[in-house]
Write a protein that binds this ligand. Structure first.
Ligand SMILES: Cc1cc2nc3c(=O)[nH]c(=O)nc-3n(C[C@H](O)[C@H](O)[C@H](O)COP(=O)(O)O)c2cc1C
Length: 201
């Protein structure tokens, strides 16, 4: 049994969002092939997550670690306790919404998700079989393996920062071209692909 955390960085609900519809279809497939997994959702827009501020740094220990009772440490510990991460977010301005970056600044914390060694920083979540998938939708076409890949800042960044914490396995599921008038003809194909991806994940 795997503990799954859905990290949603989407302010809307499924009928209004293609990436959330992808997630729904992914989950249908995933639940069929992993019926006993525990799945929880963390909706970042419902959380008291803020940009890191001076008060947060003032509350950290002198060695930059975070005291156990600190709310930031709670986000980080909770994150570290899962095996599988389903990140869902729209593409906004070549990236994901800022709330996801704010959350990442909470969870990348010394002595919880990484630590410093004499050879430099090392992820504390490595070799634990953890894995992640990034589920997103983009108005244009070509951000993943296409002509716009140089300006896709979301997925490469997530891959780097999850890798930094030791989560080396990350893939993506994307619906592209959602801003184009003919997208509705392609949408069902994307939803079927989402279901198959979930089933085989
Ligand atoms: C604030 C905002 C910024 C956007 N920026 C981009 C962008 O940089 N590139 C792009 O291809 N589409 C962009 N779009 C279009 C969305 O990526 C597209 O509508 C996508 O379907 C959003 O995912 P969703 O359907 O899950 O909401 C943007 C949309 C909004 C609302």
């Amino acid at each position: 049994m795997s503990k799954v955390l859905i990290i949603s960085a989407h302010p809307l609900s499924a009928p209004e969002s293609i990436s959330l519809q992808l997630l729904e279809h992914f989950l249908k497939g995933y639940s069929e092939s992993h019926p006993s997994d525990e799945i929880e959702t963390l909706n970042l827009y419902d959380e008291p997550i803020d940009f890191l501020r001076a008060k947060d740094f003032a509350s950290f220990n002198d060695d930059d670690t975070i005291p156990a009772k600190n709310p930031i440490a709670e986000y980080s510990r909770k994150f570290a306790s899962y095996d599988t991460y389903l990140l869902v977010a729209p593409m906004w301005n070549f990236l994901f919404p800022a709330i996801l970056k704010a959350y990442i600044d909470y969870i990348v914390t010394a002595e919880i998700t990484f630590h410093y060694t004499s050879n430099g920083p090392e992820g504390l979540l490595k070799n634990k079989g953890k894995r992640a998938i990034y589920i997103t939708a983009t108005g244009g076409i070509g951000y993943f393996d296409g002509p716009l890949s140089a300006i896709n800042y979301g997925y490469p960044y997530l891959k780097s920062v999850f890798g930094f914490m030791g989560i080396d396995i990350m893939t993506y599921l994307v619906a592209e071209g959602t801003a184009q008038a003919e997208y509705f003809e392609k949408k069902d194909e994307d939803l079927i692909r989402a279901y198959e991806t979930g089933k085989n994940f």
